[in-house]
Design a protein around this ligand. Sequence first.
Ligand SMILES: Cc1cc2nc3c(=O)[nH]c(=O)nc-3n(C[C@H](O)[C@H](O)[C@H](O)COP(=O)(O)OP(=O)(O)OC[C@H]3O[C@@H](n4cnc5c(N)ncnc54)[C@H](O)[C@@H]3O)c2cc1C
Length: 413
Amino acid sequence: MTDIRRDGPANRACDVLIVGGGLAGLTLAAALGGAGVDTILVDRESADARLLDTFDGRTTAVAFGTKRIVEAAGLWAHVPAAATGAILDIRVTDERSPLFLHYDHREVGDEPFGWIVENRTLRRAAFARLAQLQTVAHLAPAEVTDLARTATRVRATLGDGTTVDARLVVGADGRHSTVRRWAGIGTSGWAYAQTAIVCTIDHEYPHHGVALEHFLPPGPFAVLPMAGNRASVVWTERRRDAQAVLAMPEERFLLELRRRAGDWLGRVRTVGPKFAYPLSLLHADAYAADRVALVSEAAHAMHPIAGQGLNVGLRDVAALAEVIVDAHRLGLDPGGADALARYERWRRPDTLMLLAVTDGLNRLFANRIAPLKLARDVGLAVVNRTPPLKRFLMRSAMGTTGDLPRLARGEAL
Ligand SMILES: Cc1cc2nc3c(=O)[nH]c(=O)nc-3n(C[C@H](O)[C@H](O)[C@H](O)COP(=O)(O)OP(=O)(O)OC[C@H]3O[C@@H](n4cnc5c(N)ncnc54)[C@H](O)[C@@H]3O)c2cc1C
């Protein structure tokens, strides 16, 4: 990776310009750079060591299939095993109902369902991988302030006047995507009246790789096994109550936490600050336009109820990387209409399905109407006792079903 320290505005050219160096943009840059595609990655935030060491409270449930993508893109080799918590069991319960759903990874093989990894660990791994690649230039901190089309390229102008000409611009710039807006791609969606409160806890007893998802009327409450005796808590609250929860003194907060999580972890305390994320759903009307493609949250953002947001985003990354590399090898234009139409056709059905499932689950479980509650509890119990259906759901959550791109099958590009 060339980390460009600019003395003044410059003009540069590349095959692919990625706007946004979140986990999606970083992974795409690593995948493309590893396959020899001349790539420039621009991010608003600086990548200095201090930033990489800051814990932003976010962890990601990296599903088994996503780990294959991250591995094939060359990042996983830089994720220390001791920094990951394997998910071996998933327990789903509904309020105080005695009916429940239990997924055991051994029912579908030897591999864990996934791993809980701090986002900063993944970010660091991405930078370590990019440092090995000469094909990727990284411009940060730098903001794309303007985009313009020429006949065969898109020209991006950065805040300091530098211009970058690319055959394809990828918007990996999150839910308020500048690239999406510039390309004239509209969105639909809504805000949930919910906020996710996220924190890390350390606890007395080992978690044994158990992930707990407890559906409560304000929203799902999840305890996710991190490395060692630590867990990530994603506590969904009604938006109007979230501030009061965040302001609780530690003792009261832990009491409320134990009321929701139970006592199976023994003594518990929070590590580091608590963070609040207002939740919303967003779907772009298109994932591609003339010389533009959108990935991950620039294209879609979903409720974290199933921990699938970045997993779906990295499936976009895997599909787009394959489309670009195939075009590149055949001497075709990676920003051409055919390549982009293939990407759009490939990714939309998977994402639409997950947007519908996560939204539907959130509505279903937040509902207190008695017959509906009975129906969903019976539903949980039925799934629990129907092994083929259960196995199908487990494999879907692991990201090993459907029309998988090469990276998601663990193959090189
Ligand atoms: C509480 C919570 C829990 C979650 N848990 C999970 C989970 O367990 N598993 C999972 O898969 N997903 C999870 N998600 C979702 C996941 O966090 C997101 O899907 C993911 O972080 C999105 O990554 P991204 O790279 O698309 O976007 P972002 O992380 O938003 O990155 C966008 C980047 O673009 C840059 N940028 C923006 N505009 C510009 C510009 N004009 N010029 C230059 N740079 C720009 C920004 O600086 C930023 O670095 C969770 C989400 C929440 C809220």
